[in-house]
Design a protein around this ligand. Structure first.
Ligand code: GRF
Length: 207
C-alpha cells in the first residue's frame, strides 16, 4: 500500500475547517495524514480538536519569539519534523513572509471566505455584505507572496439574500468552505493539480 501523503495544518481559532479535514479522513474520503497542527494562539480550540484526534498539536506564540523570522523558523521546524509535504492554512490569521512562502513554494494552500480576487484580507464575508454583491463564496488557492493573491484551485459560490446578516452569510459560506478545503486537498493528494502561472489545471482522475 502506498504511504499516505502528510500535511500540516496552521490554525488560529475554532478550527472548523480543520475538523472538516479530520472528518473526511475519518470517513475515508480524504486519503492523507495530518501529522501536525500548529497554532499561533495557545488557546485556539483547534488545538483541542487535534489533541482529541491524537494529532500532534503545537502552539508557537509570536509574542514569545524575538522576531517574525524566528516565529516562522519554529513553524517550519515543526512542519519539517512532522514530514509535512503540504501546509494547509485553515483560519490562520497571520500574513506569512516571502521567505516562508519561498521555502514552501507551491506547497501552501489557503481557504479564504470570499470569491477572490474580490474581498481579500480580513472579513471577506463582511466586505461582500457591505458591498452589496448578490453572489458570495469561498476560494481555496495556493499561497504566493501577496495577500490572498495566489493561483486559485477552486471556488464555491452561495447567494447573498436580502435579509442576510453577517452571521447568516458567514454560516452559508462556511458550509461551502468545509466542502472546498477537503476537496482541494484531495485533488492535491491525488497529484491532480498542475500550476501554470496563475492557472491551476485540475487533471482528470486516474482510472
Ligand atoms: C474561515 O472563515 C476561514 O475562511 C477564515 O477564517 C475562518 C476560520 O474558521 N480565514 P475555522 O477556524 O476553520 O472554524
Amino acid at each position: 500500500m502506498v504511504n499516505k501523503r502528510k500535511i500540516g495544518v496552521l490554525v488560529s481559532g475554532r478550527g472548523s475547517n480543520l475538523q472538516a479535514l479530520m472528518d473526511e479522513i475519518a470517513a475515508g474520503t480524504l486519503n492523507v495524514e495530518i501529522t501536525v497542527v500548529i497554532s499561533d494562539k495557545k488557546d485556539a480550540f483547534a488545538l483541542e480538536r487535534a489533541e482529541k484526534a491524537g494529532i500532534k498539536a503545537v502552539a508557537v506564540s509570536r509574542k514569545e519569539c524575538a522576531s517574525k523570522e524566528e516565529f516562522e523558523e519554529k513553524i517550519t521546524a515543526a512542519l519539517e519534523e512532522a514530514g509535512a509535504e503540504l501546509v494547509v492554512l485553515a483560519g490562520f490569521m497571520r500574513i506569512l513572509s516571502p521567505a516562508f512562502v519561498g521555502h514552501w513554494h507551491h506547497k501552501i494552500v489557503n481557504i479564504h471566505p470570499a470569491l477572490l480576487p474580490s474581498f481579500p484580507g480580513l472579513d471577506g464575508q463582511g466586505q461582500a455584505l457591505n458591498y452589496g454583491v448578490k453572489i458570495a463564496g469561498c476560494t481555496v488557492h495556493f499561497v504566493d507572496e501577496g495577500t490572498d493573491s495566489g493561483p486559485i484551485i477552486l471556488q464555491k459560490a452561495v447567494p447573498v439574500l436580502d435579509d442576510d446578516t453577517h452571521d447568516t452569510l458567514a454560516d452559508r459560506i462556511l458550509e461551502q468552505e468545509h466542502k472546498a478545503l477537503p476537496e482541494a486537498v484531495r485533488l492535491w493528494s491525488e497529484g491532480r493539480l498542475q500550476i501554470e502561472g496563475r492557472h491551476v489545471k485540475v487533471l482528470p482522475a486516474e482510472r
